[in-house]
Design a protein around this ligand. Sequence first.
Ligand SMILES: [Zn+2]
Length: 118
Amino acid sequence: MVTATTIKALATRLDKAEQLVADGAVFPVAGCDGYAVVRNGDGTQMYLVRIAAGHENCSCPDFQQRQKAAGLPCKHLLAAQIVAAGETPQPPAPAATVDPVKLETARALGIMAPARAA
Ligand SMILES: [Zn+2]
């Protein structure tokens, strides 16, 4: 049974993982689907993370010495999973269509500021 202590620790770890993602610390490995390199919090180390379900791994000491045996993810693995999940391509936003005649009319009427010369 997972205890409240474990869940609290995981919640804290998830916060740290989200911070790593926000800091741009997760890098895909070109040519190796399912792997990522994650920079540690102070930027002094890089860890190799395998994301593939059932084969999750991280080369950091926390995962190797504690989390792996407990079947829990380290913050690097969580960060890589967050990025991998976000990689599903988003459909492009439809381009705004502007009728040039209406645009010029709006500018002529002073409704819109005139186009600025670049
Ligand atoms: Zn790790």
